[in-house]
Design a binder for this molecule. Structure first.
Ligand code: FPP
Length: 242
């Protein structure tokens, strides 16, 4: 199990609530996505300031294709804007950008911006920013198993070790998974990588999620006791086993 990267935490965020944030203010959903983009930029900057090693943002799920075509087009327009706006800043800060998810269904314009951003920041050794686009965790696990090059079936242990290597070699397991917007579900995000993640659900809508919310989430993470299924040392010392 790849937990606790030596150089900092892996935080993953399901950025939910853009639409409701807009609707509550009598604005079109697109206004919520715009505000969501601004929130993402603030959080990326702050994550790098507070020494988060890896930040994975769920920007567009494989299921989001079910949304009305104009909304999908607006989200992709914003994703391109985000990548274009962030690339120089990320490079200056020594951050590396990586997009995860399927690429074969993305519009060419989006692919081009992704490739440019990834190559411009590839030397970064600071924050590893991962943006999940057309992402499904079940799909990524299935594809990793198929792409492993081994003839299946492997033993369960070998396949598990292989998948861990393929899915978490660079990012490490997720330490802290945050979902904004009040819902309490994982929505096919980081299912393998979050096996031992601490989960934090907040009612805050994503456009309102700010630096202090991220600080509070990380502080709560540090207060939680992570046992990974074991009994803490302190308990073992005080107890004689029968
Ligand atoms: C979730 O809110 C938002 C999305 C699925 C859209 C994509 C996210 C952004 C544009 C934020 C910017 C992020 C990056 C990295 C550019 P929702 O529409 O599901 O909200 P709802 O549940 O209230 O309808």
């Amino acid at each position: 199990m790849k937990t606790h990267r030596e150089n900092g935490l892996h935080v993953a965020i399901i950025m939910d609530g853009n639409g409701r944030w807009a609707t509550r203010q009598g604005l079109p959903r697109l206004a919520g996505h715009r505000a969501g983009l601004a929130a993402a930029r603030r959080i990326v900057e702050h994550a790098s300031d507070i020494g988060i090693a890896c930040l994975t943002l769920y920007a567009f799920s494989a299921d989001n294709w079910r949304r009305p075509a104009p909304e999908v087009a607006s989200i992709f327009w914003l994703l391109r804007a985000f990548l274009r706006l962030e690339t120089d800043r990320l490079r200056q800060r020594g951050a590396r950008l990586q997009v995860i998810g399927r690429r074969d269904r993305l519009p060419q314009k989006v692919l081009t911006v992704i490739e440019n951003s990834e190559s411009a920041t590839s030397a970064g050794r600071g924050l590893h920013l991962r943006v999940a686009i057309d992402y499904s965790s079940r799909d990524s696990i299935t594809r990793a198993a198929c792409a492993s090059g081994h003839s299946l079936p492997l033993s369960a242990d070998s396949l598990g070790a292989l998948l861990s290597e393929m899915l978490t070699a660079e990012s490490g397991d997720v330490d802290l998974l945050i979902r904004t917007g009040g819902e309490k579900r994982l929505s096919d995000f980081m299912l393998w990588e979050s096996a031992y993640a601490e989960l934090l659900f907040t009612d805050r809508m994503w456009p309102d999620f700010d630096e202090s919310d991220l600080d509070a989430a990380v502080a709560e993470f540090h207060h939680r006791e992570r046992r990974f299924g074991a009994v803490p040392e302190s308990v073992l010392q005080n107890e004689t086993c029968v």
